[in-house]
Design a protein around this ligand. Structure first.
Ligand code: 13P
Ligand code: SF4
Length: 323
């Protein structure tokens, strides 16, 4: 899997290897009045020092209410951009500006706008994994936590376009019984899981529950015992009486699951290659060193042109208002 570099590559800086990065990050966080927000797909050491760890919805809710002057966003570009849309006067830094997302990168705003022209009269529901310019073309935003609720909030007689994840879109269609027009995007990490490999793994763990993120293919979702966003999967593991789980999503979430359920066996589902490597190559570009540098130098910063920000803000606020 190759990682595209859609954003300008920053000049390489070096960090003194003798530095106590945890202590330095804590000091800079205080001095800058900064908050560190981290997605569950970040390295465990970043998750452990963050002020808040969450899924896309939880992180945007935190970004919407933070009183900090600086938001250090340990996630991918569209997440940091969302924080900036919600906080135009705050400084938002992303440790590595190349931390993109296959869904966002493969839904260019020009192509999306031309495609939408074929569907006049449709409401446009966009998954938060898209650029600010695509958000600006949307009626309402959703995340994997609230996609069913968001689509259900649109009157039944109004036709809906859903972008950019076709698997999440198809799953929402099933949950709502509603046909939508789907943009053909996919996540390079979740599309690697196959029902064949997961069933083979379940044969070795017959008591295990298969739990999956809705970005997985339909065949994988059809054999899952539980489907949900990153936070929903974690909550399920916390509450379930089961003692064994096969987890079809990015491996970063296993850290929080194992902390929450030390008594349980938590196994990451293998992608089709068979390796134990279902990690998001974009998310993992962020490191402790880069987080330290981002807090020290207040760069790389996220910037959104004001006309796009104002148009992207409306569908985001519509989503946040749904709770
Ligand atoms: P969540 O909505 O679960 O945070 O998912 C975001 C994401 O990028 C999944 O790949
Ligand atoms: Fe994007 Fe997939 Fe990475 Fe999530 S896991 S950020 S959807 S590429």
């Amino acid at each position: 899997m190759t990682v595209p570099a859609p954003f300008a590559a920053p000049a390489r800086k070096t960090v003194d290897p003798r530095l106590d990065l945890e202590a330095e990050i804590a000091r800079l966080r205080r001095e800058r009045n900064a908050v560190v927000l981290a997605h569950y797909y970040q390295d465990s050491e970043i998750q452990d020092l963050a002020d808040f760890v969450g899924d896309s919805l939880g992180l945007s809710q935190q970004a919407a209410k933070t009183k900090a002057d600086v938001i250090a966003f340990c996630g991918v570009h569209f997440m940091a951009e969302t924080a900036k849309i919600l906080n135009p006067r705050k400084t938002v830094v992303l440790p590595d500006l190349d931390a993109g997302c296959s869904l966002a990168d493969r839904c260019p705003p020009d192509a999306f706008e031309a495609w939408l022209a074929q569907y006049p009269g449709h409401e446009v529901v966009s998954y938060i994994n898209c650029s600010a310019a695509v958000k600006a073309l949307s009626t309402i935003i959703c995340t994997s936590s609230n996609a069913v609720r968001v689509v259900s909030s649109i009157p039944k007689h109004v036709p809906v376009v859903f972008a950019p994840d076709r698997h999440l879109g198809r799953w929402v269609e099933k949950q709502t019984g509603r046909k939508m027009v789907l943009w053909p995007g996919f996540c390079v990490v979740h599309e690697q899981f196959t029902a064949r490999r997961i069933l083979a793994l379940r044969a070795k763990h017959p008591q295990a529950e298969v739990i999956a993120h809705p970005e997985c293919e339909e065949a994988v979702l059809s054999i899952a015992d539980f489907i949900g966003s990153t936070t929903a999967l974690l909550e399920h593991v916390k509450k379930s009486p089961k003692k064994s789980f096969l987890v079809a999503t990015e491996m970063g979430i296993l850290h929080a699951m194992r902390k929450a359920r030390p008594d349980a066996e938590i196994v990451g589902a293998p992608p089709d290659s068979g390796c134990e490597c279902a990690t998001c190559p974009y998310m993992r570009l962020n490191t402790m060193e880069k987080l330290y540098l981002a807090l020290r130098d207040l760069e790389p910063q996220i910037d959104v042109p004001e006309p796009i920000r104002l148009r992207a803000l409306k569908p985001l606020e519509r989503m946040l208002a749904l709770g």
